[in-house]
Every structure is written in structure tokens, then in C-alpha cells.
Design a protein around this ligand. Structure first.
Ligand SMILES: NC(=O)c1ccc[n+]([C@@H]2O[C@H](COP(=O)([O-])OP(=O)(O)OC[C@H]3O[C@@H](n4cnc5c(N)ncnc54)[C@H](O)[C@@H]3O)[C@@H](O)[C@H]2O)c1
Ligand SMILES: O=C(O)[C@H](O)COP(=O)(O)O
Length: 385
């Protein structure tokens, strides 16, 4: 029986996919697999027997990836599963800020009497503009950025974008009328709206700072549905104060930004729709089950994609190792010494890490094999039989 711990509320549409080989446990210390959303795992002690973590969502900056890789814990996410939900909230936010809706609604709610007359007398203070013909800059053209760019085009906006690492799939899905730029700094002076859709990593920390804010048009609206640390908040506060930024829409409010009038603060709702929560949970559960039962890896952020289908041979050996020379030779050599015949083998690498799946024609003693494979470069060995 595999033990699964959930660190956040996970949609029942996902959890009900677990077969009777699984049990949901309260105590994560005993877990083979962990399912979570945004719970911060950085200060958590990783369970001794933990094999996999599945993030039902996109961002994995709440998970200590490097530590997981060292311990042979495969970390999954669910690319694209919540992208439509985020796209819809980004579009809502662009329209909301164009028409000053947050301030207008808040003001209307303060009225107590003579409402119709007061509304007509004062409404001009909230007059806005149309987004048709305005320029939107999209930073990061992955699952969300592409959807936002295409939808904004459909609403009549001019859309320009920047993504130096765009995938073939994104390039294929992006509308051909979106102009791509080779440097972020080139798009900044052209935009009326700028929306950020990059992961939070060392090289995206404070991607938007004073220097870049100064390059933007006067009165631009900045939208951040990625992570708070991608912008330098002090610099954003100054830009709001000076009027350089007309609005800052953020899905990641902080103590400092929450009370600022022209900051539109949303309580991290980008992925919080029924549909998105279900999509993410289904994908996360399917991926973790396929890994635990068959050793297959799909959508891992630390180990390579590797799939030998459902295991139908006598056994399957799964080896997580460093991507260094002669690993495969050592593994197959140790099997040959034990007279174990290999019926299928797949070896894939991703950066410094590699993964080898080997189907074998006879049973093997897992503990004895683990001892034999306790050599430099091997991170973890598992036998599925
Ligand atoms: N607000 C929410 O609820 C919510 C929901 C989903 C995702 N997110 C955040 O949005 C991020 C993006 O999600 P996604 O599903 O589009 O991910 P994704 O991986 O599909 O796309 C990210 C894109 O950013 C690009 N990129 C990376 N570094 C870049 C840089 N320095 N400059 C420009 N582009 C760069 C990548 O090439 C990729 O195309 C997530 O990592 C997460 O932090 C937030
Ligand atoms: O990166 C993500 O997928 C989002 O930030 C969603 O986070 P959540 O699952 O906690 O809503």
C-alpha cells in the first residue's frame, strides 16, 4: 500500500483517482508521495522514505528542488493545467484597471442615500479607457503567457512579447500577430500594459526594478500573476507614488502593498477555479501513480521524462543517477554479474541528472541489488515487481 500525504486541500476529483493500492495518511513523515499546492516545504524535514512530490499547479519555488534531487525524490508539476484560469483573471484585471472598477465599486458601496443622483453627479471621476488598440507586453510566453497574448489579440489589443527560452509548443500556439522582441528592455517603453508570466528563479528575482520601471511609459499598468519577488516592491511603490505606474495588479499581496490605493490586490486566486483545481489534481495524481507503480516520469521538474509503459515483465529496476560517464555500463554490468537478462531499457538525462528504467526477465533481490549499486553517481535504486 502506497501512503500519500496532502499538504494542501486537493480537489476530490483528483484524489478519487487513487486506486485501492493507495491510502491518504495524516502524517507526512510516513509518506511515499506528497501532493501539495503552495504550502512552503523549504523548512520541512523530508520524510525518510519519500519517493515523489507532485505540485498540483505550475510554480515549484515552494519546494526544495535541489535537496529533493540529492535524495532521489522526483518532483512533478502540472504544466498548463491552470493556465486558462490565470488567463481569465489576467484579462479581468486588465479590463478592471482600464475602467477603474475597483475604486469605482468601492466608492459606490460607500453611498447610503440619493444613490442614483450621486452616481450621475460623480461618475466622471472614474471614467476609463478602452483596451482596444492599447499595447500589451507579455513577459514569459509559456502556458499562461501564450493564452493571455492570444486572448488580448482577440480583444483588439496590440500584443508584443519576450521569452528567450520559448518552447516549440508555445511558438506553435502563439498567434503569429504577436511581435516577439529579443530583449526585455526593448518592449518596456512601448507598452500600456505589462503582464509577467515567468517562474520565480534566481535569474527572475527582481526582474522588474527601478531601472526597468524607468524605461516604461508614463501611466503604465503592471500585472504580476507570477510571484511577488519577481518585482522589487519598494521600486514599484515609488513608481505608483510618482504616477509612473498607474496601477499595479498583484496576485501576491504583501503587508506593504495591500493598503496602497493604486495597487489592486488579489488573494492569490489565479488558479482558484473549480476547473483548474480539478485539472491540476487529476494530472498530479496520475503522474505520481504512474511513477510509484511503473517508475515512469512525466512532467518532472528535476528528473527527465522517461516512460516504458505499464510494467509487464518480471520486474522493473528504476535507477536515479548523476549524469556522468559510465553509469549505464556499471548498472548493466552489475545485472550481468547476477545473470539477469534485460528485456527493455530506457536511459534519459536532464542537466546533471539521469534516469534509467530497466525491464528484467527474472526476479531480483532488491536489498542485495541496492548494496551492489551503492557506487559513486547512483542516487537511488528501486525495484518494482
Ligand atoms: N497566480 C497564480 O495562481 C498562478 C498560477 C499558475 C502559475 N503561476 C506563476 O506563473 C508562472 C508561469 O506559469 P506557466 O504555467 O506559464 O509556466 P511555463 O513554464 O509554461 O511558462 C513560463 C515561461 O517563462 C519563460 N521564461 C523563463 N525565464 C524567463 C525570463 N527571464 N524572461 C522571459 N521569459 C522567461 C519560459 O521560457 C517559459 O516559456 C509559474 O511559474 C508560477 O510562478 C501563478
Ligand atoms: O504556481 C501556481 O500554480 C499558482 O501559483 C497556483 O497556486 P495554488 O495552487 O496555491 O493556487
Amino acid at each position: 500500500m502506497y501512503k500519500i500525504a496532502t499538504l494542501n486541500k486537493i480537489s476530490s476529483k483528483g484524489l478519487e483517482r487513487f486506486s485501492d493500492k493507495y491510502t491518504i495518511v495524516e502524517d507526512s513523515a510516513a509518506a511515499d508521495g506528497i501532493l501539495l499546492r503552495s504550502q512552503d516545504m523549504h523548512n520541512m524535514e523530508l520524510p525518510e522514505n519519500l519517493l515523489a512530490i507532485a505540485r498540483a499547479g505550475a510554480g515549484v519555488n515552494n519546494i526544495p528542488i535541489e535537496k529533493c534531487s540529492e535524495k532521489g525524490i522526483v518532483v512533478f508539476n502540472t504544466p498548463g493545467a491552470n493556465a486558462n484560469a490565470v488567463k481569465e483573471l489576467v484579462l479581468t484585471s486588465i479590463l478592471m484597471s482600464a475602467r477603474n472598477l475597483n475604486s469605482a465599486i468601492a466608492w459606490t458601496k460607500t453611498l447610503t442615500e440619493n444613490v442614483p443622483k450621486t452616481v450621475e453627479k460623480n461618475k466622471s471621476q472614474f471614467a476609463g479607457h478602452e483596451i482596444k488598440g492599447k499595447t500589451l507586453g507579455v513577459i514569459g510566453l509559456g502556458a499562461i503567457g501564450v493564452m493571455v497574448a492570444n486572448a488580448a489579440k482577440d480583444l483588439g489589443m496590440d500584443v508584443i512579447g519576450f521569452d528567450p527560452y520559448m518552447s516549440v509548443q508555445s511558438a506553435h500556439e502563439l498567434s503569429s500577430s504577436v511581435d516577439l522582441y529579443e530583449a526585455l528592455d526593448l518592449i518596456l517603453p512601448k507598452c500600456d500594459y505589462i503582464t509577467i508570466h515567468v517562474p520565480f528563479m534566481e535569474n527572475t528575482k527582481e526582474l522588474i526594478n527601478e531601472k526597468r520601471l524607468n524605461m516604461m511609459k508614463e501611466g503604465v499598468c503592471l500585472l504580476n500573476f507570477s510571484r511577488d519577488q519577481i518585482v522589487n516592491e519598494e521600486d514599484v511603490l515609488k513608481a505608483l507614488d510618482s504616477g509612473k505606474l498607474r496601477k499595479y495588479v498583484t496576485d501576491f499581496p504583501t503587508d506593504k502593498i495591500v493598503c496602497v490605493e493604486d495597487a489592486i490586490c488579489i488573494p492569490h486566486l489565479g488558479a482558484s477555479t473549480e476547473e483548474s483545481e480539478e485539472n491540476c489534481a487529476r494530472m498530479a495524481v496520475d503522474q505520481i501513480m504512474d511513477y510509484l507503480e511503473n517508475g515512469n516520469i512525466t512532467n518532472s521538474v528535476n528528473f527527465p521524462t522517461c516512460n516504458l509503459g505499464v510494467c509487464t515483465s518480471m520486474g522493473r529496476i528504476a535507477v536515479l543517477n548523476q549524469n556522468i560517464p559510465s553509469m549505464l555500463g556499471k548498472i548493466t554490468g552489475i545485472l550481468a554479474e547476477r545473470n539477469i537478462n534485460i528485456s527493455d531499457l530506457l536511459n534519459r538525462s536532464k542537466g546533471d541528472l539521469a534516469y534509467t528504467l530497466i525491464d528484467i526477465d527474472s526476479e531480483v533481490d532488491e536489498e542485495e541489488l541496492k548494496k551492489a549499486l551503492n557506487v559513486k553517481g547512483i542516487i537511488a535504486v528501486r525495484v518494482i515487481q
